[in-house]
Every structure is written in C-alpha cells, then in structure tokens.
Design a protein around this ligand. Structure first.
Ligand SMILES: Nc1nc2c(c(=O)[nH]1)N[C@H]1C(S)=C(S)[C@@H](COP(=O)(O)OP(=O)(O)OC[C@H]3O[C@@H](n4cnc5c(=O)[nH]c(N)nc54)[C@H](O)[C@@H]3O)O[C@H]1N2
Ligand SMILES: Nc1nc2c(c(=O)[nH]1)N[C@H]1C(S)=C(S)[C@@H](COP(=O)(O)OP(=O)(O)OC[C@H]3O[C@@H](n4cnc5c(=O)[nH]c(N)nc54)[C@H](O)[C@@H]3O)O[C@H]1N2
Ligand code: SF4
Ligand SMILES: [Mo]
Length: 748
C-alpha cells in the first residue's frame, strides 16, 4: 500500500502515486506523506501520459482529501440536528424507511440522483449499476443532463453506442476549432488529455492554429489565433452555416476512408440547405464572412478537427450541436483519421454488438420527456416530486451529487426536496443538498480507496490504463464506498441490511464473468464464468471486476500473465500503462444496426426544421452564460483555503456597453433576474464578454445555514442555478439549458 518508506527520527515519511480524481485529465500525482498526512504533492512524471503535469487543484489534493470538514461517521437526522450512528444503525434506518416508501408508493417513488464524482470513484464506476438494477425505479437522474447528455444521444444515434464519443486528436491535429469549451481552465472534458494547456501550446508551436467560438473571451480564446464571439445557444446554427459553406464552395472532402463507412451526408446537407452562412449570420451574431472563413480554414487544413463541449451542449439545440460537430468532422475527412476526431480503444471494452440505440424507452410522468441512457432529465425532478399521483417521487437517494447547487431552478427543487418522506445522501460533506438528508452515509477519503479509471480511458487521446491502489488503510469499522453502494443495493433488492455482502459482491462479479466469457472476441472466451472468477481470486470488489474486464479486453492478459491485468498495472511505475496512440477504428467501433455511421437519423433530422425556425426567434435581450475557474471544482471545490484566497471569483461579467445601458459599474452590485429567480451579485465590467451576454460561474453560494463547508462559507458567492430555468431543455436529450438564459439587469 505505502511505498518508499523512510524514517526520520520518529516521523515516518512515505510516498505514493495516485490518480487525481478531480477532473477528466487523469494526472497521476506523487504524494509525500508524513505520519499518514499528505505534506507534498507533485506531478508523477513516471506516468508517461500526464508527464508530471498537475494543476493547482491537484497540487492541493492532500488538503481536500484530508479536509477536516469531511464527515467521518454516518449521521441520522435528529430534529434540527444530527446524531452520529454506527453503519449498522444507519443502514437499518435506510432499510426501514426506504422499505416503507416502496411498500406504500412503489419502486418509482424512489428517485436516484448520481453526481459527477461517480466517474471518479471505483464505486461510482462499478457499483452504481447493480444499485440501479436493485432499485427498479424509472426515476434515475444524474449530472449528465446538466452536462453532456446531448453528446451521448448523438453518438448513440450516429455510432450505435452512447459511449462511442470521438475525441479531437489534439497532439496530431493542425487546426483545432473549439466551440463552448475552455480547456485552459477546465483541463478538458470528453477529451482526456493531461496538460491540455501544454498540448494547445504545442499545437501552435508546430505551426497549427486554434480558433475558439465562445461568447466570452475565455483564457483559451485569449490565447488562441482567433476568438469568434457568438450569440449563446446558436452553435448548431453556426455549424450548419459551416457545413452549407463547405457544400456550396465545393469543399466537401470526407475522403475514401469515410465514404466506405458513412451514410447520409447528402441527406443532412439537403436538410440544412436553408442555413447558409448569410442566413445564420444575424442570429449567430457572427458575420457571414467569418462563418465562411471558419469553413474554408477547416477545408484547407491538413489535419482539421472540430471540438464542441459544455457551452455548446447545455442549450436548446445541444444535441444538434453535438451532432453537427461530428458531421463537420465527416465533411472535412477528420472523423477516424489521425489528427482528426478519433475513438480511443479502452482496455475494458469487450466486444460490440449491433444494438440499435433509442431514446424514450420510457417517458417522464409529468412533462413527457424521453428517457436517455436509462435516465430522465434532472430538470424535471421537481415536477416528479411535487405532482401527486401514481409514481410520484417520495424519496431521494443522492450519490456524490449536489443537485441543489448544480441543477436548474434550485430554489424550487429545494422546496420539493424539503417535502420528501426520505432523503439519503452518500456524500463526504454536508452540502446544500446533503444538509437535507435524513441519513448521511459518508465515504472515506479518496486516499483510502482504490482508484481504477474506466470512464476516461474511453475519451482519451492515447490508449492508457490506470489503477491507483489505496494509499492509506481504512479506519476500523469504516466502509469503502463500493460496499456502501452494495449495501444499498442489497437493501433495495430485499436482501436486507444485515445480509452477506461477500455473497452480493460475488453475484456482481459473476454477472460480469458471464458477460466477458460469453463474448466471442473476449480473451476470456472459452472459460466458464466460475473459471474466470477463480482466475482473478482472491480479489474482491472493484479490483475483481476490473481484472475481469481488463483481462478480457483488446490488450488483456486473458488467463495468462502476459498482457493487461490489475496486478500488471498496479506494479507498473505510477500505476499506469501506456497502450499506444489512437488508431482508426471504423467500422469495429460501430454498433449501429446497419454497421455504418448513420449520419442522418430521423430523431435528429426531425429537429432540423425547428433549428431553421429559430432563425426568426425574437431577440431575448441580455442572456446569462456560465464559466469555470481553474482553482474551483463545481460546487464542492471551494473548501481548500489556498485555492480560493484573493479576488472575488463569483462575479457577474458584463460588457461595458451593457453596464452603461443598465446603470451598472465595475465593483458595484447588480440585481439579475430570470423567469425563475433573482440574485444580487458583484459586477465585473470587462471587454472579455460579448455585448448582450453576462456570465456567472456555478456552484457558489455555500454559506447558507446548515452547510458544513467552513472555507466555502467564507467564499460565499451566489448559486447561479437559482436563475436557470427548469422548463428550458433540449427536447432530444432532456439536457438542461444552462447557457443563454434571458435575464434582466438593474443596479442592486
Ligand atoms: N449553471 C450551471 N450549472 C451546472 C454546470 C454549469 O456549467 N452551469 N455544470 C454542470 C456540470 S458539467 C456538472 S458535472 C454538474 C455537477 O453536478 P453534481 O455532481 O450534482 O455536483 P458537484 O458539485 O460535482 O458535487 C459533487 C458532490 O459529490 C461529493 N463527493 C466528492 N467526492 C465524493 C466521493 O468520493 N464520493 C461521494 N459519494 N461523494 C463525493 C461532493 O461533496 C459533492 O457534494 O453541475 C452542473 N451544473
Ligand atoms: N477547474 C475546473 N475544471 C473543471 C471543472 C471545474 O469546475 N473547475 N468542472 C469539470 C466538469 S464537471 C466539466 S463538465 C468540464 C467542462 O469543461 P468545458 O466544457 O471546457 O467547460 P467550461 O470551462 O465551463 O467552458 C465552457 C465555455 O463555454 C462558453 N459558452 C457559454 N455558452 C456558450 C454558447 O452558447 N456557445 C459557445 N460556443 N460557448 C458558450 C463559456 O463562456 C465557457 O467559456 O470541466 C471540468 N473541469
Ligand atoms: S488537471 Fe485535473 S487531473 Fe490534473 S491535477 Fe488538475 S484536477 Fe487533477
Ligand atoms: Mo461536468
């Protein structure tokens, strides 16, 4: 567990490598521990992928992982306060009260909300699925519908799998067009590339170009070759204008490697025909000549690629923007080409069966919104809680989520949550959401858990495997998070709070063993499920599941020792193995019914007339967009003193023209109001934002009563999701519209 022991006097100094769980970049950190306390963090340059890079969040990971505000024992609500209890008592309470809700109101009365850190924990990646199965509820929600669901839906429809997301090959491209992402602050999303700032510098150093489309001159835009401001919410129109220009100017060049595998480009172009550069220009607030220039640059580049992210996804036409990004990549021959938009080959991927992707297998009860990827849009959670009738939500279980800071119309959702019969939160902190818990189940510090990565290996600009073992042992009686989730699954499936978790875990593992031995392309094919389990014994928990998956995959050791296995990765320097550069993957990556890229699926084509109609939408007046800071992390990254010291981070950025028009002054305060809420905020007047647009970061406002985040309390700020409107969604994915919210402005 601990490596590199050294003793100075009575003090024990150790070092350990640990995958950083704080963003998608997957840097390996080198931790120095003195007497079990992290005293120094550097980047681990033995990880050949992250190469020793770390950002300020990674550098202070020790302070976060050993934050004194972390809750260390389960708690039960006791009047206005809490009572610390044993795990046994906590689970017994969950069993009693969850059972009562299900018995009286049925399985759908229990809603589950899964937050972002689930992709950064072993438990979230591997034990959420058994829990969802056991709960048998249609009311599954997650942070995906305030984030990237549009990309899942478009990838599912085009490529047959919601996870088959092409990533820009930033290391080999020669021209990168970015829409709605700020990787110099976020370090990349649906694009795992540690030291993305360095990789963007390298692009320009090798003579490549970077163009950024964003209503704000973000850090990434400021350091690009060109910043193209646009009206928020119009990325799909802009991409359509680029495509029609390519067609109109004879610049289409999918190339032979795509013509063999892609259907429907002509159909898409025909549908988009009305959306010429000249037609979209006024609505996008981008000059027609600039739209054409964007198209010509892509066509002229040797290795062009388009990348769009959260700013382009969290809008009414988010799924169309995600889709048209890939259509442009097809049109310029970038899809599946080195230097273009490529698929990684993750080590846990085992086989691909044609499996037509559909959405709307069920629909939300109140607003009739479609299920996507097995979940419903979190924008309708409050409706499902408040609206009486069969299927009404009466209990909420959150895992690593803070929906009262991260989802739209947060005040309404808060009132709804207050009216529930039961709230159970698996969270290490008492947050805006978990302060409402009846039962709070705290996972241990990330230092005390193994961290395999499955989520980002499939979104990565190189093929890699990471498995960081726990750095510190659990305290006596503590539960790793995977056992917390497995216990909840056991309770939900009726096995009870005292049942044998070893047996439950073996059942989970045998399900995986059955799948990976049945798949013909698996390196464990031919073994029985029991033989596969014997092979990976005596591992348990996440290690057993990952070992089964990795041994089966394309790089897997199978039943031998040669090739990928958990032991091999753990034994490797920095606990990582490089599996080589991205390679073209068509057609094997596809799981569509036709076995081809289906570029013009009806679900998407049917929304094109609405996109065309949006050209005539009335001008909304000022609109609100979001932003992220390098030194904070969604709603829970403001509790590290070294990161949040200094200037006010939660300001409303306003263009000087708008400041003048609305009587706002730099350093003064503004009253900003939307259809659903109003806030008083400090004003920052800046030329770095387009006229008609204002920007507030999300996740702030953690100074309310009952929240136990002592540093974030001093940071204060406001919760921008008080302003975002839960009625505004992208109807194809159910994703929330978090950018382009109409607001009014006045001096406070
Ligand atoms: N207006 C606006 N809203 C947004 C966004 C935006 O750009 N603008 N961005 C959206 C995006 S992209 C996302 S991903 C969501 C995030 O939405 P959420 O996932 O709901 O919120 P987070 O702020 O990430 O909160 C994560 C929670 O997990 C807890 N946690 C941390 N580590 C662990 C762990 O190891 N185990 C467990 N069980 N819990 C843990 C934290 O204490 C915190 O309470 O917010 C979205 N909301
Ligand atoms: N430091 C830090 N890193 C993070 C996080 C964090 O909170 N802090 N969160 C992580 C998470 S969960 C995620 S999902 C990723 C997100 O990573 P990114 O997708 O890079 O997200 P942001 O940094 O919010 O940048 C989004 C940009 O979109 C712009 N924008 C807003 N509206 C529009 C629009 O309509 N069109 C266009 N073209 N642009 C628009 C905004 O001005 C902003 O510059 O970051 C991750 N990394
Ligand atoms: S860039 Fe992301 S993964 Fe790397 S150190 Fe920073 S937070 Fe951690
Ligand atoms: Mo996110």
């Amino acid at each position: 567990m601990l490596r590199g022991h050294a003793t100075t006097g009575a003090r024990v100094t150790t070092t350990a490598s640990r995958l950083c769980p704080l963003c998608e970049a997957t840097c390996t950190l080198r931790l120095q521990l003195d007497d079990g306390r992290v005293t120094r963090v550097t980047g681990d340059d033995r990880d050949t992928f992250s190469g020793g890079y770390l950002c300020p969040k990674g550098a202070t990971f020790g302070q976060l992982a050993q934050d004194p505000d972390r809750v260390t024992a389960p708690r039960l609500r006791d009047g206005d306060g809490w009572r610390e209890v044993s795990w046994q008592e906590a689970f017994a309470e969950v069993e009693r009260r969850l059972g009562a809700v299900v018995q009286e109101h049925g399985n759908d009365a229990v809603a589950l909300y899964l937050g972002n850190p689930n992709v950064h924990t072993a438990a979230g990646q591997l034990y959420v699925r058994p829990m969802v199965k056991a709960l048998r509820t249609r009311n599954v929600y997650s942070a995906s519908t305030v984030d990237q669901m549009p990309k899942h839906v478009s990838s599912g429809l085009l490529f047959g799998s919601a996870g088959a997301i092409p990533v820009p090959d930033v290391d080999r491209c020669s021209h990168l067009l970015v829409l709605g992402a700020n990787p110099r602050m976020s370090n990349g999303s649906l694009l795992t590339a540690p030291d993305l700032p360095g990789r963007l510098d390298a692009l320009r150093e090798r003579g490549g170009t970077l163009v950024v489309v964003d209503p704000r001159r973000s850090r990434t835009a400021a350091e690009a070759d060109r910043w193209v401001p646009l009206r928020p919410g119009t990325d799909a129109l802009l991409l359509a204008g680029i495509l029609t220009t390519l067609a109109d100017e004879g610049l289409l060049a999918p190339g032979e490697h795509l013509e063999a595998h892609v259907d429907g480009l002509e159909d898409v172009l025909a549908a988009l025909a009305p959306l010429t550069a000249e037609a979209v220009a006024p609505r996008c607030r981008v000059p027609a000549e600039e739209v054409r220039r964007l198209a010509r640059e892509l066509a002229a580049a040797e290795h062009p690629v388009v990348y769009s992210r959260i700013g382009a996804h969290t809008q009414r036409f988010g799924t169309l923007a995600a889709w048209l990004t890939d259509v442009v990549n097809v049109a310029v021959g970038a899809l599946d080409a080195p230097g273009g938009a490529m698929w990684s080959r993750p080590p846990h991927e085992v086989g691909h069966r044609p499996h037509p992707y559909t959405t709307g297998r069920w629909r939300s009860r109140v607003r009739d919104l479609p299920e996507c990827n097995g979940e419903l849009p979190v924008s309708t959670l409050a409706d499902e809680i408040e609206t009486p009738g069969p299927g009404q939500v009466r209990a909420l279980l959150t895992i690593a989520g803070n929906p009262l800071r991260s989802t739209p119309n947060a005040d309404r959702l808060e009132r709804a949550v207050e009216g529930l019969d039961l709230v159970v939160c698996v969270d290490p902190y008492v947050t805006a959401t978990s302060r409402h818990a009846d039962v709070l189940l705290p996972p241990p510090s990330p230092l005390q858990e193994d961290h395999p990565d499955l989520a980002f290996a499939g979104l990565s600009v190189r093929n890699v495997a990471h498995y960081s073992p726990a750095v510190l042992p659990l305290e006596d009686g503590a539960e790793p998070e995977w056992r917390i989730l497995l216990r909840l699954a056991a309770i939900a499936s009726g096995q009870g709070a005292d049942s044998d978790l070893g047996a439950a875990d073996r059942f989970v593992a045998s399900t995986v063993a059955q799948q990976v031995t049945a798949e013909p392309s698996s390196r464990l094919h031919g073994l029985s499920a029991d033989e596969a389990l014997d092979l990976v014994a005596p591992k348990q928990g996440p290690a057993r599941l990952v070992d089964l998956l990795w041994r089966s995959g394309a790089y897997g050791a199978g039943s031998g020792d040669d090739g990928l296995s958990v032991d091999a990765v753990v034994a490797a320097p920095a606990h990582m193995v490089d599996l080589g550069p991205l390679e073209p993957r068509l057609p094997d990556v596809l799981a569509t019914a036709s076995g081809r890229v289906e570029l013009a699926p009806a679900t998407l084509m049917d929304d094109v007339p609405n996109l065309v109609a949006s050209l005539d939408a009335p001008d909304d007046g000022p609109v609100l967009v979001g932003r992220r800071h390098l030194r904070t992390n969604n709603s829970w990254g403001q509790n590290v003193p070294a990161l949040v010291r200094g200037r006010d981070l939660c300001t409303l950025q306003v263009h000087p023209d708008d400041a003048a028009a609305h009587g706002l002054v730099d350093g003064g305060r503004a009253r900003i109001a939307s259809r659903v809420g109003a806030l008083d905020v400090p004003v920052e007047v800046t030329e770095d934002i387009a006229p008609g647009v204002v920007s507030l970061p999300h996740g702030f406002g953690n100074d309310e009563d009952g929240i136990e985040l002592s540093v974030a309390r001093r940071v204060g700020g406001v919760n921008s999701n008080v302003l975002s409107d839960e009625q505004q969604v992208d109807p194809l994915s159910g994703n929330a519209v978090l950018n382009g919210i109409p607001v009014t402005l006045a001096p406070a």
